[in-house]
Design a protein around this ligand. Structure first.
Ligand SMILES: [Zn+2]
Length: 482
């Protein structure tokens, strides 16, 4: 029998009440003890089919009337739902008492409790990605990229085909070409001033429109990059991500696609090879040749360095407070990691070029430095920049043996780092501790959280109500209807 004992019990009770029979009377007629019947009615006991048949006969209803899955009345449906909800492990885990479900329970109380249980279950299934889960997922994506030398050949190919079809031959990819790329996919780029605050772009799949902000986000993503990322979801056939890691994986892919369009391998690869041949590699030149930000150029360099140039390297973006905002390495460069393996938010050695560059007076050119570390000697090139939320540096570094290909290799700046040993730079000098240990009381500035908690709904971190309202506001009239 597939019908739940609780539902069967409620149906028996319903028909017994309709027939005006007491438990004793039904027990006599069906040949069962009243206590047994009571347990059956409460769903605590599963009746044998033979007994069910006798009960049906005694009540004057067909057996099938007792076995249908519908609750006999709306009130019974609520009572059954409350009984069920109170028996779930989710509720048991709260350690709260169960409410006795009886006919004395007022209807509004019943409705309220069933509503709360439903919401509890909904929130559980739409659970929150904790910062720790987010960090683990991010680490998994980063290590996956490290294992592939930060190169995704299949996305390189898609990007190359698309930019070629839009007429790109070299240099900076123009905004016009990006528009053509969207058009070739059947999409129109629409610039608006009222995008929902939780989004960077919104795509209307029905009307084939990609909504973009009307100006680029300061210190971050240029408009071309935003448009290319929105296009990437379509080109790469992304489905709604089922997990937070899948969501981050898609983010990684759309960023990759945008970079691969702005600095296509078939142009950027030979460009970098020529500079390597001349022993004059410089991220600042790469940046200027393709009209992108310094960070975009540096990150793109890591996509091509190993696969195209045969150079292993590391990339760091470091905040003014000395913490790592984003990093990558496949050259053995040592970075601090937390217990989840995440490197983001960890302090960076104060002797690294990534931090020395903050003190550089001339920020128009790159800061060059050799650093002796427990993992060997590295050379690096760092550029300092500023955003509304503070200064930052972008660093590309390579093992000593590879420095010969780069401009700035002749620097005489050389530092020693023994990090992650705390004695390197994490402990104040003994004399300073003696002087200030008892007299200093700094008040901490709240750190910018790299991975705050995000709801793992269909679109993590996005306010869907805002998005639907936005789309309704901008959707063209459906003139073709009727
Ligand atoms: Zn250090």
């Amino acid at each position: 029998m597939t019908t739940e004992p609780l539902t069967i019990g409620r149906r028996i009770r319903h028909f017994r009440a309709e027939a005006g029979l007491t438990l004793d009377a039904l027990g006599d007629a069906a040949g069962a003890a009243p206590s047994q019947l009571s347990q059956i009615e409460n769903g605590r006991r599963e009746p044998r089919l033979s007994l069910l048949q006798r009960i049906a006969d005694a009540l004057g209803v067909p057996l099938t009337d007792l076995l249908t899955e519908d609750a006999p009345t709306p009130r019974d449906a609520l009572e059954i739902e409350l009984e069920r909800a109170q028996r779930r492990p989710l509720y048991a885990a709260l350690g709260l008492p169960s409410v006795k479900v009886s006919q004395k329970l007022p209807m509004p109380v019943l409705e309220s409790l069933v509503g709360l249980h439903g919401e509890l279950a909904r929130r559980e299934s739409e659970s929150i990605a904790t910062p720790e889960q987010a960090r683990r997922a991010n680490t998994a994506v980063r290590l996956g990229m490290q294992a592939r030398d930060n190169h995704l050949a299949e996305i390189e190919e898609v990007a190359e085909e698309m930019v070629r079809r839009a007429g790109y031959e070299g240099g900076a990819l123009t905004h016009r070409m990006v528009t053509v790329m969207a058009e070739q996919l059947g999409f129109e780029l629409v610039h608006v001033g009222d995008l929902p605050p939780t989004t960077r772009t919104v795509t209307d799949l029905e009307h084939r429109r990609i909504y973009l902000p009307s100006s680029s986000i300061p210190g971050g993503h240029g408009l071309r990059s935003l448009a290319l990322q929105a296009i990437a979801h379509r080109v790469l056939g992304h489905e709604r991500p089922a997990t937070y890691e899948a969501f981050l994986g898609q983010r990684n892919e759309i960023n990759y696609f945008a970079a691969a369009c702005l600095m296509p391998r078939f142009v950027a690869g030979p460009w970098l090879e020529a500079r390597k041949h001349d022993r004059d590699l410089a991220i600042e030149d790469f940046r200027d040749a393709f009209g992108v930000t310094h960070e975009a150029a540096a990150r793109r360099f890591t996509n091509l360095a190993t696969v195209v140039l045969g150079i292993r390297c590391h990339f760091l973006r470091v905040q003014e407070d000395g913490s790592l905002y984003r990093g990558y390495e496949n050259d053995g460069f040592l970075l601090r990691a937390d217990v989840t393996g995440a490197i983001e938010g960890q302090p960076v050695c104060r002797w690294f070029g990534a931090r020395s560059a903050f003190t550089s007076h001339d920020r128009t050119t790159e800061w060059y430095q050799y650093t002796d570390t427990p993992a060997g000697t590295y050379w690096c090139s760092t550029q300092a920049g500023a955003t509304a939320s503070g200064d930052f540096t972008v660093t590309i570094g390579v093992p000593f043996a590879q420095s010969k290909w780069f401009r700035g290799r002749d620097t005489t700046t050389r530092r020693t780092s023994t990090c992650p040993d705390d004695a390197c730079c994490r402990r104040p000098a003994a004399a300073d501790t003696a002087r200030w240990g008892e007299a200093a009381w700094p008040s901490a500035r709240m750190r910018q959280h790299v991975f705050g908690p995000l709801p793992t709904g269909a679109f993590p971190g996005v306010d869907q109500t805002d998005v639907y309202e936005f789309l309704t506001r901008h959707a063209p009239e459906d003139a073709a209807q009727g």
